[in-house]
Ligand binder design. Structure first.
Ligand SMILES: CSC[C@@H](O)[C@@H](O)C(=O)COP(=O)(O)O
Ligand SMILES: [Zn+2]
Length: 216
């Protein structure tokens, strides 16, 4: 597939949806200090041939400007002439698209996701058991348990990629990076947002439950 074959209408549709999600996440305080990045796939998909819109690096993501996003290919290379730099964490998005064929990936930093990633670092996963909201991940069994993987937060971001390849659990649409944040994904922006909201709820639940247990 060539990027030129993607219609202007399709690009407008993706960027419109993208702008809405970004504004909503900003209103929740999910982009503190320019942290966080978002991407949405566009056009058809095969594992080694796809395109996605990604937030430009280092921007204040609480603002809406004509320079918020750019389109990149499966190698993270811009598809059009631009002075914008793709997110410093584009390599993480690329690998998640490659492994899952997802339609959207949202990365945010929150106090709760940072705390649980440190609290459970010795297990390299956050265990969550029997909570109703696990069903948001399309897991319906009674008292289901999931383990959300925690990856090493290497300063050299591409070094995180092999841990994604190794640790990604196809049942669990999210990965934590230690004392950094979460990447959550879904087949489209609606589902990726649903998953991200569910993870953030569950992390707050786990955090508060651990506090209560430790107090008892
Ligand atoms: C100042 S936040 C730290 C960043 O290095 C990073 O973790 C982040 O989420 C945003 O990076 P960006 O390159 O703007 O997408
Ligand atoms: Zn980050």
């Amino acid at each position: 597939m060539s990027f030129a074959s993607i219609t202007t209408e399709e690009k407008r549709r993706v960027l419109g949806e993208f702008t809405e999600v970004k504004a909503e996440f900003a209103s929740r305080g999910w982009f503190a200090g320019t942290g966080g990045n978002l991407s949405m796939r566009i056009g058809s998909y095969s594992q080694d041939d796809f395109f996605f819109a990604v937030t430009a690096s280092g921007k204040d993501k609480t603002r809406s400007t004509p320079e918020d996003f750019l389109f990149v290919d499966q190698d993270g290379k811009p598809c059009e002439a631009t002075t914008l730099k793709p997110s410093a964490e584009t390599s993480l998005h690329r690998e998640i698209y490659r492994l899952t064929g997802a339609g959207a990936i949202f990365h945010i930093h929150s106090v709760f996701n940072n705390i649980v990633s440190e609290w459970f670092w010795d297990r390299r996963a956050v265990p969550i058991e029997g909570v109703e909201l696990i069903k948001a991940f399309n897991i319906w069994e009674e008292d289901a348990r999931i383990d959300v993987p925690i990856l090493t937060n290497y300063a050299d971001v591409p070094r995180i990629v092999p841990e994604i390849t190794e640790r990604l659990d196809p049942r669990v649409p999210g990965l934590l990076i230690r004392k950094h944040g979460i990447c959550a994904w879904g087949k489209d922006a609606f589902e990726a947002k649903k998953h991200l909201e569910a993870f953030e709820f569950l992390f707050e639940y786990v955090y508060r439950l651990e506090l209560l247990k430790n107090r008892a």
